[in-house]
Ligand binder design. Structure first.
Ligand SMILES: Nc1c(NC[C@H](O)[C@H](O)[C@H](O)CO)[nH]c(=O)[nH]c1=O
Ligand SMILES: CC(=O)[C@@H](O)COP(=O)(O)O
Length: 161
């Protein structure tokens, strides 16, 4: 189902485990911060709405989406966390740099999920236009940060009875 057919901000709290006892990290790319800041707010607000304590949410900033992987790895190995949300916004420019940044972020985050037991949620928008990014960071399609926070709670409690 394409994003245009679902709202990224819609979730059913009755089907989400309470996050009160969980600790979360959020690593935020500073590139396109007009997009990544709303994504962070969406994620932060959803975690708190689902019971997470504000003091149990750790935020680090990195320069760009390419640096999300190292930032998440450093957070995994230095903090005691139940899940991490990696937030970025990559918007296509004139060159193929977009493909390399997106690919590196996606593959690197995937590798972290294989190498460590802390789930890292891929909250990196990869858009052709700024409008697409706006639409997915609190616009008409909702907020990808909200969706990522819910995924983080679900993955942090995966397999719990
Ligand atoms: N163009 C975008 C970038 N580019 C920067 C890279 O992520 C990286 O910081 C740089 O290549 C130095 O290693 N990053 C984004 O997050 N979004 C973009 O649109
Ligand atoms: C995703 C990028 O790195 C891109 O925004 C850079 O723009 P350009 O490809 O025009 O250098």
């Amino acid at each position: 189902m394409a994003t245009e057919n679902k709202n990224l901000s819609v979730y059913d709290k009755s089907k989400i485990p309470n996050a009160e006892k969980l600790r979360f990290g959020i690593v935020v790319s500073e590139w396109n911060d007009t997009i990544t800041e709303p994504l962070f707010q969406g994620a932060f607000n959803a975690l708190v709405d689902c019971g997470a304590l504000q003091e149990n949410i750790v935020r680090w900033n990195v320069p760009g989406s390419f640096e999300l992987v190292h930032g998440c790895k450093k957070m995994i190995t230095s903090q005691d966390l139940d899940a991490i949300v990696a937030i970025g916004s990559v918007i296509r420019g004139e060159t193929s740099h977009f493909d390399f940044v997106c690919g590196a972020a996606a593959q690197g985050i995937k590798d972290l999920n294989l190498a460590y037991d802390v789930p890292v949620i891929f909250c990196v928008l990869t858009d052709d236009t700024l409008q697409q990014a706006i639409d997915r960071s609190g616009g008409k399609h909702g907020n990808k940060g909200t969706e990522a926070a819910i995924a983080a709670i679900k993955m942090a409690t995966l397999g719990n009875i």
